[in-house]
Write a protein that binds this ligand. Sequence first.
Ligand SMILES: [Mg+2]
Length: 403
Amino acid sequence: MPNKGNRVKITKVKSHVIVDPDYDVRATSSAQDDLLVEVFTDEGIVGIGESDVNPWIARSCIESPGTHTMDRGLTAVLVGLDPLDPPKVWQEVYRSTAMAGRRGALVHALGAIDMALWDICGKAAGVPVWKLLGGQPASHLSAYCSLEPEVGDLDSYIGSMVRWARRAIDLGFDAVKAEATFSGPYANMGLRLPDSAMTEVLEAVRAAVGPGVTLMVDMQYAFDSAERALAMIEEWVAYDLRFVETPLWIDDLDGYAKLTAASPIPVAAGEWQATVFEFRELVRAGCLHVLQPDVGRVGGLSEALKVCDLAAASGRVVIPHAWKTGITVAATAHLAAARPEVERFEFLHPETCESRLRKELTIDEIAVTPEGVTLPQAPGLGVELNWDALEEFEQAACALYAG
Ligand SMILES: [Mg+2]
């Protein structure tokens, strides 16, 4: 969003650390806490954003002071800058925090800020963000629903996947992503089984949804080698999977390159990457068919747009990760509306997840229908906060920290 007159200034950043009062420390669910930011301007416009990162750490990245020109906290750099040129602000902040961040939590926190700046731009111009990003979308967007398993034993795991898949289709989804993770860091709540159990899950879900539904699988870093992953993936061709997500640990670039060259099913990853530079490393090493930036973690919409450019230049597609509240859902929908490289996006539906943050924090405008996800039309991100819920979730975070 060009701003010729440089009249608007950022005056304050407020960080909210919030927690789902029903959180479970054993879960690997990043939807149960959140860093929410409000960015204030001297014009009275307030933008909101969030990011998928430990919110206490991210808040420190935002609020910390510094003593020299390249170790500053985000707020110290942001105050006084023009919010109506988010990519320019991004570069200024990235440079001024280089010795404090460049990757990881600080870039994730910057993603929340960038999201809020685009919200301000849209509100200032009176248009939805996707219009500012140059979008010419169809009337509806394509999404998919992630299915969360129950993890008592393999039978209940498969039963829950099938039930959730049917529920997602009833809600209007034409694509679902199953989990089938019985090894590695995500092996849910200690349910560890041979790799053949993964095949049983996929067979059951494909049988339940029929051939007309797009099906994907999230391996959640389960395999410790490309060879082990490939042996299983070759068994799954019959299930017509759109992609296999994060089969290997994300730092195993050699493994991903091998797997990408050999896999009969497209390979997807990228949910943890911060900045387009980390995606470039993967692409240059010959990794991945599908890039999965998370809008907040990658550094905001400004950086997610660069991942779309990278996908276009390297013959890949973008299917963003999004596992947070209605703010991330909206920001990701704007990206999908703006860029043809986004084939579809993860839509965490309030009725298919347990997170009270997802269910209650925002008053959502967009919805899943049989035609697809409705296009955001309100100015900015088009998301209103439920202030009562925000207060309760902030209190839950305070209680946790005090305890
Ligand atoms: Mg995943």
